[in-house]
Design a protein around this ligand. Structure first.
Ligand SMILES: CC(C)(COP(=O)(O)OP(=O)(O)OC[C@H]1O[C@@H](n2cnc3c(N)ncnc32)[C@H](O)[C@@H]1OP(=O)(O)O)[C@@H](O)C(=O)NCCC(=O)NCCS
Length: 212
């Protein structure tokens, strides 16, 4: 369980503490020490990764319309809560989705990360899953994105027996590109003028990971 470290005397706001990440799917426990700013985000005690529920909609909606996430995920900041709820309701059996739930020190819980794997319906493409991933900016760089990705890679490789996971990532999204490379995703090409971002058309990379 969590063990609390010290309040940073100079900054006054940062607390160093250890929190655990449970992956209920793999029954795996992961420990990580994080330095969190007490004002930016709540202090995490524990993270649990589990399949998505409709009641997660509000936290996911807040993440989706947040500037950085909206920009990189291709959502827009005018998305309404009901639209997010409808997306969750309409997930079909070919779309597998997990969330990372943070238990906060004040006793509340918050969904701070989300991953989705969509398996193609067309039988000749059904060996491929397409990936989307986001972590609430207040909780980034704590290993949450990695653990969500590991959960989906395990699902794809060992339970669904998919041959390939693929994704699209903006060419300037260095954080995500580095994360995917760490998990053996390779560059496959560039798609030009994929979406509108801040008034301009931006390119994205196709990346893919073939099961070894
Ligand atoms: C990309 C994203 C999911 C990473 O989530 P995260 O929880 O912060 O990731 P982790 O803490 O597990 O970091 C894993 C790796 O990602 C890379 N990374 C993450 N943040 C980084 C940063 N600020 N600078 C450079 N690399 C970074 C590193 O390789 C890191 O490994 P390391 O800590 O051993 O160096 C998160 O930044 C995010 O949600 N961004 C907005 C939405 C988005 O871009 N989604 C992907 C769309 S394709």
């Amino acid at each position: 369980m969590a063990h609390h470290g010290c309040v940073d005397a100079q900054m006054g706001l940062s607390i160093r503490q250890t929190f655990t990440i449970h992956n209920i799917y793999q029954q795996e426990i992961f420990q990580k020490e994080a330095v969190k700013n007490t004002i930016r985000g709540g202090i995490m005690v524990e993270i649990t990764i589990r399949p998505i529920l409709l009641t997660d909609a509000k936290d996911i909606w807040e993440m989706r319309i947040q500037g950085e996430v909206a920009n990189n995920m291709g959502t827009d900041i005018s998305e309404r809560l009901e639209e997010t709820e409808n997306k969750i309701k309409s997930l079909d059996s070919n779309t597998r989705s997990f969330v990372a739930v943070a238990s906060l020190e004040n006793g509340t819980e918050k969904v701070v990360g989300y991953i989705v794997l969509s398996i193609y319906n067309n039988l000749r493409y059904s060996h491929i899953g397409s990936l989307g991933l986001m972590v609430n900016p207040k909780y980034q760089r704590n290993g949450i994105g990695s653990k969500l990705l590991e959960t989906v890679i395990d699902l794809a490789d060992n339970w669904l027996h998919l041959y390939k996971i693929e994704l699209e990532v903006d060419v300037d999204n260095e954080k995500a590109i580095q994360l995917y490379k760490k998990y053996n995703f390779e560059m496959e090409g560039t798609r030009r003028a994929t979406k509108v971002s801040d008034g301009k058309y931006v390119d994205c990379y196709y990346m893919g990971r073939i099961r070894s």
